[in-house]
Design a protein around this ligand. Structure first.
Ligand code: XUL
Ligand code: MN
Length: 344
């Protein structure tokens, strides 16, 4: 039985396995081959950085960018796929070393906004309204490096410039508290939604919650999702998992904390997420130890766990929940949840 959810991932989720301490361990998978894998693995939509859609975007004219994006749109159409969002990848360019939007160098800030406008143009051609902003290097290693008040105003200037450049786009901010920076601006969904309210068009700014990012901020991903949903701002999710406060692990969904994964699915169910037409993105990474021919199992496994948890949420006895709440017996409720998850 279909769960009613639609799934997406990004081409970076099939990777060569490099980490900060060692090189790649698997050959690159050609982009066309990655696209072919989407349907095979049961996914409907592709999440893209601007330079996934238009490789070597820097140095290309606006006309060339649009031409290349149109070619990408044809490739997606041929595979029966759609683009979920486009995200400006500012963090790999030398001009983004000090952050893009919040760089102290005004020329870098101009570059970052120009590139983000190109990202909006690409979204138009690919037929999606959604831009995701993961504010990777918008922060500092030492607090004295920037004027943080000014930095937040620069973030607003950048978002307002994108909203003005393209009246169709909607911007989902993906908060993360650290990595690559020690301390990032906009570390939580609360900050993201508040920043959106300060823009020129709050209705066009929302959020994307990633499980690991919430955990790194010491927060619960299901409550972060609930908060965003209560505000009508949960525009996408990046489900994955994280084994404690370490580097950003992007483990398979449910693999570190099945109960927390259950609660993320539960909140999506409570908020009728499938009815919103939004996607469930799986921002998961294969273990570096995984051999090339099985280096996409993390995607299929994450989706399978999600769908099994949907069944678990839907089959939880509502009467027990009601009785336990009415008698304020949350020990009994907890045991009922554990019994249900353990299959008793
Ligand atoms: C970084 C992260 C990114 C964004 C897309 O931690 O999650 O993959 O999701 O730029
Ligand atoms: Mn992510």
């Amino acid at each position: 039985m279909s769960s009613g959810y639609c799934f997406s991932f990004g081409p970076w989720n099939i990777s060569e396995g490099a980490d900060p301490f060692g090189p790649t361990v698997r050959p690159s998978v050609a982009f066309a081959e990655k696209l072919r894998l989407y349907k095979e693995l049961g996914f409907d939509a592709v999440q893209m950085h601007d330079d996934d859609a238009v490789p070597e975007i820097e140095g290309k004219s606006a006309a060339q960018v649009e031409k290349d994006a149109a070619e990408m749109k044809r490739m997606l159409d041929d595979e029966g796929l759609v683009a979920e969002f486009v995200a400006p990848r500012l963090w790999e360019d030398p001009r983004g070393v000090d952050g893009g939007y919040t760089a102290n160098d005004p020329e870098c800030r101009v570059w970052a906004i120009d590139r983000s406008k190109r990202t909006c143009d690409i979204a138009d051609v690919l037929g999606t309204k959604m831009i995701v902003l993961w504010l990777a290097r918008e922060g500092t290693y030492i607090r004295e490096a920037k004027n943080a008040i000014q930095a937040h105003r620069h973030l607003l200037d950048a978002i307002n410039a994108m909203l003005a450049h393209n009246p169709r786009v909607e911007i989902a901010i993906e908060p993360k508290p650290n990595e690559p920076m020690d301390q990032a601006y906009i570390p939580s969904i609360g900050h993201a939604i508040a920043l959106g309210q300060m823009t020129d068009d709050p209705a066009r700014v929302g959020g994307l919650i990633e499980t690991a990012h919430s955990l790194l901020a010491g927060l619960d991903a299901s409550d972060d999702m609930a908060f965003a949903m209560a505000a009508g701002k949960l525009w996408s999710v990046h489900l994955n998992d994280q084994n404690g406060l370490k580097y950003d692990q992007d483990k398979s969904f449910g693999s570190a904390n099945l109960r927390a994964a259950y609660n993320q699915v539960r909140v999506l169910e409570l908020g009728d997420y499938p009815q919103t037409g939004r996607y469930v993105g799986l921002d998961v990474k294969a273990m570096r130890t995984q051999k090339a021919d099985v280096a996409h199992k993390h995607l299929a496994n994450s989706k399978a766990v999600f769908e099994r948890l949907v069944e678990k949420v839907r089959s939880f006895p509502a009467d027990i929940e009601e009785q336990c709440r009415a008698s304020r017996d949350y020990e009994a409720l907890e045991m009922a949840v554990l019994d249900h998850l353990l299959g008793k």
